[in-house]
Write a protein that binds this ligand. Structure first.
Ligand code: FAD
Length: 468
């Protein structure tokens, strides 16, 4: 049966996973239809995720650096914040990228259908478009419908003063006093932005550390720095009640570091994670398995339990990261085009673009201990790095974990400015099976922060001569 539109490959969702899969499939000669409910392509990442957050974090960085250089002999006036202009600059960054994607889709003759899609059978989808319902039939499908903001139930979400990451990125105003619920990557990145713009920030986190997932020693320099700047950081504490009052949101806490009395905030940012959209696409009509958390299970070729339907990105599991979605998208498209491709990275790096940044890849020390993996470690303190000192950011550290027998790299954690850029070398080293000698003998340019990996490797090998 042919619908209003027939596709050799239909891709559901135009986020980083979906557009990558669509483009790759088209490049391999397939006729591709890409379905997206939003006006612009790019998904969460380009519209309300990675890119806008990094644009605002750039503004925050410039403000903070201008403030810090006052300790080194250059004083700027207090910054004047034109929030409308910051917002429109951020929008222009998004516009360039999403517009670029639309052009790339056109070039490849990928047909974009705008509307909300739901499966109606293993070979058809119904799309609610502005012009009415359309039926799209397909030979192969790639589900890339992503994830949505998760919420703690029971709070008054109809109050506009409770926002999520999308609301925070919309940058309506700078609240005087803001509570961030959730001390993970997204919550702390947004806290970094609003702190720089002048808000008084409090963070509340259920776990016993900020940035759960990263090693505690990697989180400490960040905690120390923001502990001085923010109004409060409450660990092992949760919010039990939020009341909307005229003067603000009255928040009640419970836990080890809970304030004795309820606190009133101008805004509350809910950043407690994301949930996959597996239940939003009528997956059962296609016979697709969706697990209890809402993820669609796949094999290493990104194939679901229905052999001609693939799934990629946030909807197939953690970590919910754009670079994972992109690589999975390629694998799915290549398999559909008849190649034999597998998604089997040795590691997927994580980065928190806070100030300082925290990045990690491979095995963390916490995981190594929990799994009983034998390891050695070497940590190079940035206080001994000429480059770190010359940019006045010596709080960082670069840590490598290695296999005591083979001396190969098992994992790496970095905290410090630009950690997100630096971690890529660790990922490459791990993927290439590099050992400590390989890394230590690789000549790194001086003076750079990248040297700190080389120094850590030399520490592990006992060949380090001088700290500089
Ligand atoms: P998504 O990007 O979620 O795209 C799914 C698309 O499918 C959406 O466009 C949606 O509209 C569409 N869709 C869903 N259902 C339907 C339907 N039924 N019909 C039609 N269309 C549908 N990741 C990083 O790697 N680095 C970062 O720095 C980073 N920062 C982030 C910051 C924030 C604030 C947030 C929220 C996320 C961030 N992420 C980051 C995560 C990243 O955005 C996601 O991992 C990534 O977007 C997942 O891509 P995806 O293709 O799986 O799905």
């Amino acid at each position: 049966v042919k619908g209003d539109i027939h596709a050799e490959v239909v891709v559901l969702g135009a986020g980083p996973g979906g557009y990558t899969a669509a483009f790759r499939a088209a490049d391999l000669g397939k006729q591709v239809v890409l379905i997206e409910k939003h006006a612009s392509l790019g998904g969460v990442c380009l519209n309300v995720g990675c890119i806008p957050s990094k644009a605002l974090l750039h503004v925050a960085k410039v403000i903070n650096e201008a403030e810090e250089v006052s300790h080194h002999g250059v004083t700027f006036a207090k910054p004047k914040i034109d929030i409308d202009q910051i917002r429109s600059w951020k929008e222009s960054v998004i516009g360039k990228l999403t517009g670029g994607l639309a052009g790339l889709a056109k070039q490849r003759k990928v047909q974009v259908v705008r509307g909300v899609a739901k499966f109606t059978s293993p070979n058809s989808l119904e799309v609610e478009t502005a012009e009415g319902k359309k039926v799209v039939t397909f030979d192969h499908a790639i589900v890339a419908a992503g994830s949505s903001v998760a919420r703690i139930p029971g709070f008054p979400y109809d109050d506009p003063r409770i926002i999520d990451s999308t609301g925070a990125l919309a940058l309506q105003d700078v609240p005087k006093r803001m509570l961030v619920i959730g001390g993970g990557i997204i919550g702390l990145e947004m806290a970094t932005v609003y702190d720089a713009l002048g808000a008084k920030i409090s963070v509340v986190e259920l776990m016993d550390q900020l940035m759960p997932g990263a090693d505690k020693d990697m989180v400490k320099p960040l905690h120390t720095r923001i502990g001085k700047r923010y109004e409060a950081i409450m660990l092992k504490t949760k919010v039990t009640k939020i009341e909307a009052t005229k003067v603000g949101l009255k928040v009640t806490f419970e836990g080890e570091q809970a304030p004795a009395e309820a606190q009133v905030y101008d805004k509350v940012l809910m950043a407690v994670g994301r949930r996959p959209n597996g239940r939003e696409i009528n997956a059962e009509a296609a016979g697709l398995v969706v697990n209890e958390r809402g993820f669609i299970p796949v094999d290493k070729q990104m194939r679901t339990n229905v052999p001609h339907i693939f799934a990629i990105g946030d909807i197939v599991g953690d970590p919910m990261l754009a670079h994972k979605a992109v690589h999975e998208g390629k694998v799915a498209a290549e398999n559909i085009a008849g190649h034999k491709a597998f998604f089997e990275p040795l590691t997927i790096p994580s980065v928190a673009y806070t100030d300082p940044e925290i990045a990690w890849m491979g095995l963390t020390e916490t995981q190594a201990k929990a799994q009983g993996v034998e390891y050695e470690k070497a940590s190079f303190p940035w206080a001994a790095s000429g480059r770190a000192l010359s940019i006045a950011r010596e709080e960082g550290s670069t840590k490598v974990l290695l296999d005591p027998k083979s001396r190969r790299i098992l994992g790496m954690g970095i905290v410090g400015v630009n950690a997100g850029e630096l971690i890529a070398e660790g990922v490459l080293a791990l993927e290439m099976g590099a050992d400590m000698e390989d890394i230590g003998l690789t000549i790194h340019p001086h003076p750079t922060l990248s040297e700190t990996l080389c120094f850590a490797a030399e520490m592990a090998e006992g060949t380090i001569t001088d700290l500089l």
